[in-house]
Every structure is written in structure tokens, then in C-alpha cells.
Design a protein around this ligand. Structure first.
Ligand SMILES: Nc1ncnc2c1ncn2[C@@H]1O[C@H](COP(=O)(O)OP(=O)(O)OP(=O)(O)O)[C@@H](O)[C@H]1O
Length: 271
């Protein structure tokens, strides 16, 4: 198990078919082409950090996987199944909504701004999807929620409302809510960017533990390069809507003579 100072070993070679696959993905907002002919794949259990200049489309990639944005070109496959569009008789057509919904239940996302339901208690936030989407009994979902609240260090907050919690506490609830669905894929979108510096470490340690103790596939957008280095098997750098560099974090973060890497690290670290 990696300690916080070690990088993880490469993802297992037997990982097999990709669990996330982008094929010729294009995303445009009006005339603004954000992603163009984007191709990459992520193996099962692999943890990949996306880095790149502001506006390069990192968040958009996560939101496309979560089906929060409409895919304007190309294909995304989850575990070999088309997520939003497929080819039929040489044409690109949408997949049935039911299929999209089913695949989506296997994906969890934690957002920069927590996105908890303010009118629900912490417990209600966590059990909402397991009960309504996975049809778990309320009792089963509540039991699991309690254990997740312990895992994130908030065992006595089940009845609290999100607004009465600090940012760090809200983010821990959001992590518990994502984990309550037992996701195969966890998307982390700058999850510490809205937090006070003194609580960032606590939240990252919870996520380190998730990385150490589960086989969940992770796509991570973060400015916390220490965290990225500790948990990622791979770092992918984006620019101009494409992957311009990828590699093991040790290679990417420590290549002193690599001009482009240094430029990107400078950009993300604000140097
Ligand atoms: N809902 C939207 N409507 C219009 N344009 C959008 C929308 N969401 C994102 N964009 C545009 O897409 C581009 C990529 O945004 P995105 O947030 O994915 O970049 P990012 O790499 O995550 O940036 P940052 O590091 O600053 O968070 C930007 O030009 C942004 O303005």
C-alpha cells in the first residue's frame, strides 16, 4: 500500500479492456470547440489525473463522463458499452435513455462546490440515490450511510443539514454520498479548491484511503500535485482539446529537462 510519499505502482497489466474509452470525442459550446478528436482510455482500477491550462477542458471531460454535458461528436464507452451515442448503420445515433441511466449508476462524482441538496439532512443526501436509483431498502441504505459517515469522520452528523456544516465537512458528506452508490468510476473535480487550506489535508487523506482500499477507477482534476503524485497511476496533460503528454507521475513531475512538462506544471501550480 503506498504511503503518502510514494507513487503507486502502475495499474495491473491484467486490467484488460478499458473501463472508460473516449473515441474521437468532440465537445463544443456554440462555436467554441473545447475538445477535438480526443482519444484516450482508462483501465479498470486505474487512477488518472488530468492536468492542463485553465480552460483546456478538464472539467468538461469529467462532466461528459457523468453525462452532465451533451457530447457533440464521437463516442464514450463505459465497460465497452456506448454511454450516449453509438454507431448504427454507419450513423451516429443516441443510445436509449435507459441504457445511459444504467451506466450512469456506476459512476460517482464529487464536485468543487459539494452540490449537496440543502433541503435534505446529511443522511437523506446519502441515501437518496441508493434508495431511488438502486432500489435499496431504506434500512440497508441507512446502515451503509452510517458506516460511510464513520469512514469520513462524521459519525454524529446524520441529522444535520448541509448548511450547518463547514466546507470541509460538506465535502466529506459529498464523498460519502458518491461512495454510497459503490461506484466503479469516481470522478473528482477540484474537490479541495473551495476549501480552507487547513482542511484540505483531511479531505485528501480520505480520498487516499479510498484509493488504497478499493479498486475504483478514478479520473481526477486537481491542483494538488502531491495528491496527484501519490494516488495516480498516470497523468495526462491536455492542451488545445487533445492529450499532449501522458505518463507515470514520477516521470511527468520530475523530468527537469522536459520543457513542455515544466510549462504545464508552471501553469497548474501558478509559477
Ligand atoms: N456550460 C458552458 N457553456 C459554455 N462554455 C463552457 C461551459 N462549460 C465550459 N465552457 C467552456 O469550455 C472551456 C473548458 O472549460 P473547463 O471548465 O472544462 O476547463 P478546465 O480545463 O477545467 O479549466 P479550469 O482549470 O480553469 O477549471 C472553457 O473555454 C469554458 O469557458
Amino acid at each position: 500500500m503506498p504511503t503518502p510519499t510514494e507513487s503507486p505502482s502502475p495499474a495491473p497489466a491484467e486490467a484488460g479492456a478499458p473501463v472508460i474509452e473516449f473515441t474521437d470525442v468532440e465537445k463544443r459550446f456554440g462555436d467554441n470547440v473545447v475538445l477535438k478528436d480526443l482519444n484516450f482510455s482508462v483501465a479498470r482500477g486505474e487512477r488518472v489525473t488530468l492536468i492542463g491550462p485553465s480552460g483546456s477542458g478538464k472539467t468538461t471531460i469529467l462532466r461528459l463522463v457523468m453525462t452532465l454535458e451533451e457530447l457533440t461528436g464521437g463516442y464514450i464507452h463505459i465497460d465497452g458499452e456506448p454511454l450516449t451515442h453509438q454507431q448504427r448503420d454507419g450513423r451516429r445515433v443516441p443510445v436509449p435513455k435507459k441504457q445511459q441511466k444504467r451506466l450512469r449508476t456506476r459512476i460517482g462524482m464529487v464536485f468543487q462546490q459539494f452540490n449537496l441538496f440543502p433541503n435534505m439532512t446529511v443522511l437523506e443526501n446519502i441515501i437518496e440515490a441508493p434508495v431511488h436509483v438502486l432500489s435499496q431498502s431504506k434500512q440497508e441504505a441507512t446502515q451503509k450511510a452510517q458506516s460511510l459517515l464513520e469512514q469520513v469522520g462524521l459519525p454524529d452528523k446524520a441529522d444535520a443539514h448541509p448548511t450547518s456544516l463547514s466546507g470541509g465537512q460538506q465535502q466529506r458528506v459529498a464523498i460519502a454520498r458518491a461512495l454510497a452508490m459503490d461506484p466503479e468510476i469516481l470522478l473528482l473535480d477540484e474537490v479541495t479548491s473551495a476549501l480552507d487550506p487547513e482542511v484540505v489535508g483531511d479531505v485528501l487523506n480520505i480520498l487516499r484511503e479510498v484509493a488504497d482500499t478499493t479498486n475504483v477507477t478514478m479520473l481526477i482534476v486537481t491542483h494538488e500535485m502531491g495528491f496527484a503524485r501519490d494516488v495516480s497511476h498516470k497523468v495526462m496533460m491536455f492542451d488545445g482539446g487533445r492529450v499532449v503528454e501522458e505518463g507515470h507521475p514520477e516521470t511527468i513531475f520530475t523530468a527537469p529537462d522536459h520543457e513542455r512538462t515544466q510549462k504545464f506544471l508552471g501553469a497548474v501550480l501558478g509559477h
